[in-house]
Design a protein around this ligand. Structure first.
Ligand code: ATP
Ligand code: MG
Ligand code: MG
Ligand code: MG
Length: 480
């Protein structure tokens, strides 16, 4: 491939060299004597300036160049007189690869709203904002693998199609080869899965955790990084029906080891993004500050995006128990006019995102790890504490996001685990494979799940989770 990327031209500054660039035209400015083209190829946020002399490049070709068209251009890199760029390309030959009819191409050079861009999600990656978001998303994925690899964790792949609902929340998408309108029935009138592909009821995974635990019981320290699916009401700015989750699972880790690992991990990947995506983050920082200025005064965040990212890396997370969190919430005065309205809670209730954001953004003003939740609001697999009321759970709450991580030490005592399963009506027979890890060589172990899109939201400052995944799945949206 003889094509050079704009990113490498900007980094290497090969003045005098002949290079070939290919990309999409962002803008074109022409006068009688000269045409300037701003070219973007997605390798970096900056456009690269192409200078075309109508005596060298014929006018017919120049006329076909419009915003959105793709071109191949070969020429010489020369020092640039203009501000903002060290060099530019003087075109020697230029070919239009694909035209973009200016009457029809929706991404004209102006600022489009995110709502509009969501309607053309199939083209929005060609904008600066989405280009930046997806390059940062890449940097974060890479950092995640690098972190665990450096720590000696093994990357495992847990099944997408499964028969278990790890969270027990009943939010699964069914997977079946039966005709949904006319399924075969048993004499009792229930769906007869004997004719189904798997000969049993299956669904898309909501979490790879249970299978991850099996791997940890053999390889000690493992992690998954895969898609998960939840048929929940995802009409919020924090929920998708299809999202990616990072789930480390570690044998011989207690609850505190788990918290230490999670905090270190989150800081590491944020630091990696800051160091490796400075241009994209500078652009997103400016964007976030423009957005922030538009908000009503009481909803504005005090810190800028980059400032907040650096703050997270440099400060220890607060660690409190659920019981302490409830005490703080009870003491804080509800105020109908302010952002946080519903602060009075009783012990035992799950924290709503208002509560989480109050603790993080108002009370502690830093990330908070909340531990030891009531067992009745958490899943069956969490380790039961001595008090018989709470479990060794941890949720990590981030400013602007709320819950970003959910985890726990796992119940390693067979008797306690099966007793809890009995109370929740979870079949021991169906989960025999899970229980075998307790039956044979059970060890203390812990793990957590990081919602990847929530992390990308936090690092990019994007307010809506639909804008950090290329093809968002929410109720009513699955057009590609
Ligand atoms: P929430 O309380 O926000 O609904 P959860 O407690 O149901 O989250 P967990 O089962 O603990 O979620 O999943 C682990 C992590 O996965 C969460 O901390 C969050 O970061 C992320 N997550 C959960 N549900 C979604 C979703 N529908 N879309 C995107 N991320 C999600
Ligand atoms: Mg949920
Ligand atoms: Mg939750
Ligand atoms: Mg959770």
């Amino acid at each position: 491939n003889k094509r050079s990327k704009i990113r490498s031209i900007l980094e290497k500054k090969p003045i005098g060299d002949q290079v070939t660039l290919m990309g999409w035209v962002r803008t074109k400015r022409s006068n009688k004597n000269i045409t300037f083209i701003a070219l973007n190829d997605g390798s970096i946020i900056q456009n690269y300036q192409i200078v075309a002399d109508p005596n060298v490049i014929d006018e017919k070709t120049l006329r076909r160049i419009t915003t959105g068209a793709s071109i191949k251009v070969t020429g010489k890199v020369v020092a640039s007189q203009g501000a903002g760029q060290d060099s530019e390309l003087v075109a020697e030959s230029l070919e239009v690869l694909g035209e973009a009819d200016p009457e029809k191409y929706p991404l004209q050079p102006k600022k489009h709203s995110l709502e509009f861009l969501r309607e053309i999600a199939h083209l929005r990656m060609r904008t600066n904002t989405f280009g930046a978001v997806f390059r940062v998303r890449h940097a974060l994925s890479f950092a995640i693998h690098q972190y665990f690899h450096e720590k000696g964790f093994y990357y495992i792949h847990t099944p997408i199609i499964t028969a278990s609902d790890a969270e027990g929340a009943g939010e699964t998408f069914k997977v079946t080869t039966l005709d949904p309108k006319n399924p075969p029935l048993t004499p009792e009138g229930e769906i007869d899965y004997k004719e189904d592909f798997f000969e049993r009821e299956t669904n898309l995974t909501v979490s790879g955790q249970l299978e991850g635990e099996l791997a940890a019981m053999a390889l000690s320290e493992v992690y998954t990084f895969g898609p998960t699916f939840r048929a929940e009401n995802s009409n919020t700015t924090r929920h998708l029906a299809e999202f990616w989750m990072i789930e480390p699972e570690m044998a011989f880790y207690d609850a505190e080891d788990n918290q230490d690992l999670a905090e270190d991990f989150l800081k590491y990947i944020i630091k990696y993004a800051l160091e490796n995506s400075p241009k994209d983050l500078a652009f997103l920082d400016k964007r976030a500050s423009d957005e922030n200025a538009k908000k009503p005064a009481n909803e504005r965040s005090e810190m800028g995006l980059l400032e907040r990212l650096k703050f997270i890396i440099d400060n220890e997370f607060e660690r409190i128990t659920y019981t302490e969190a409830i005490e703080i919430l009870k003491k804080s005065k509800p105020n109908k006019k302010k952002k946080f309205k519903y602060l009075i809670e009783e012990w035992g209730a799950d924290l709503q995102s208002e509560h989480e954001r109050f603790l993080v953004e108002k009370h502690f003003k830093k990330p908070v790890i909340i531990t030891d939740y009531p067992k009745d609001i958490k899943a069956f697999y969490m380790k039961q504490n001595e008090d018989d009321k709470t479990v060794a759970a941890m949720d990590i709450l981030f400013p602007g996001i709320g819950e970003i991580v959910g985890g726990s030490q796992r119940e390693d005592n067979m008797e306690k685990l099966t007793c809890r399963m009995g109370q929740l009506d979870i079949s021991e027979e169906e989960l025999f494979w899970y229980l075998d890890t307790r039956r044979f060589g059970s060890v203390p172990h812990s793990g957590f799940g990081l919602g990847f899109e929530r992390m990308v939201q936090f690092v990019t400052g994007m307010g809506n989770i639909r804008d950090v995944i290329a093809f968002p799945r929410t109720p009513g949206s699955a057009e590609f």
